[in-house]
Design a protein around this ligand. Structure first.
Ligand code: TXA
Ligand code: MG
Length: 299
């Protein structure tokens, strides 16, 4: 369908047609949680299996509280501190308000309040929006409107420029005190507010947590040192060299990979292994582990 303006986006959403909207992390393919037919379209457009639950996006804490039950106080504490922002909170859901289609029959719901003011203004008019990343299942997420259209040419997209965070939100399960997907908000930041130990688990048995995710078209290798590549003399590589600052590296990660992918040879992402050991790099490391077919470190 191509680019649409804000009014067209709202009209489409109200009619149950999914629209790709910008968030601070990646573009999301959104639809009101009340539209069962629209939600089904999200799964079919993305070719996403029904057992991979969707994140619900809200305009603020009050809207979120309406979607959950038996409030765990950490939910409120974390939302008040990090929202709007790239933190998704998993909490026991209100079954009347959140369908099993959204949560893939789990009794919890994943909720976040995006930083993008435009997105939140739209939610105020449409109600809560379910929105997975606006890419084909298992493929690399879009951080620009044009990226969305390359992967999903038939969808309507609201162009909000390039995403500032660049990788998907941190997902934190408040009941199990566990990070299910690392992002730019770290375990330490969560621990400081909740005074509880935070673990990292990919607990949910959902396809979104499988190894082969975030994939470009070409093969992707992760290499700790450019010199190593010379020992694979029969191969040609397009290099992605990460910035030394974690925020900058995350912001540009997917667009840098996409730029090299367009050239059609194996992509080699050159990483600093010492950096990847730091919590602010866990999100980047997690995406690279899933996207790569080889991981080569010299020691
Ligand atoms: O930054 C983001 O979170 C982006 C933007 C668009 O908001 N969204 C995003 O959605 O990354 P998606 O669908 O690509 O990834 C959501 C992940 C899935 O892997 C899913 O399994 C997990 O969230 N998830 C959803 N509901 C859950 C639940 N109730 N419990 C545990 N994990 C859940
Ligand atoms: Mg995704």
């Amino acid at each position: 369908m191509g680019l649409v303006n804000t009014k067209e986006a709202i009209d489409l959403l109200k009619n149950g047609t999914p629209v790709a909207l910008p968030t601070e992390t990646v573009y999301g393919l959104a639809c009101p949680i009340a539209s069962e037919s629209g939600l089904k379209k999200i799964f079919s457009i993305k070719n996403r299996p029904f057992n991979d639950p969707l994140i619900v996006h809200v305009s603020g804490l009050e809207m979120a509280l309406n979607l959950i039950e038996d409030l765990e106080s950490d939910f409120e504490t974390l939302a008040m501190n990090f929202w709007p922002g790239p933190l998704t909170l998993v909490h026991k859901k209100n079954k009347e308000k959140v369908s099993d289609l959204i949560t893939s029959n789990h009794n919890t719901v994943a909720i976040r309040c995006p930083q993008s003011e435009l997105f939140r203004e739209i939610i105020k008019q449409t109600g809560p929006l379910a929105a997975p990343s606006a890419n084909l299942f298992k493929k690399i997420s879009p951080t620009k409107a044009e990226d969305v259209l390359k992967g999903l040419p038939s969808v309507a997209v609201l162009d909000g420029g390039a995403c500032g965070v660049g990788i998907e939100s941190t997902i934190y399960d408040v009941h199990n005190k566990a990070i299910l997907r690392p992002g730019v908000i770290t375990d330490l930041a969560i621990k400081n507010l909740t005074n509880k130990n935070v673990s990292y688990v990919e607990a949910i048995n959902a396809p979104g947590f499988e190894k082969d995710h975030y994939q470009p078209q070409s093969e992707l290798w992760v290499v700790s040192d450019k010199i190593i590549l010379q020992s694979f003399s029969d191969k040609e590589f397009n290099l992605v060299i990460l910035e030394s600052d974690a925020k900058e590296a995350a912001k540009n990660l997917y667009s840098n990979i996409r730029d090299q992918d367009a050239k059609g040879k194996t992509i080699a992402v050159i990483v600093d292994v010492e950096n990847l050991k730091k919590p602010e790099w866990y999100g980047i490391k997690n995406r690279l582990l899933k996207a790569s077919s080889r991981w080569i470190e010299n020691d």
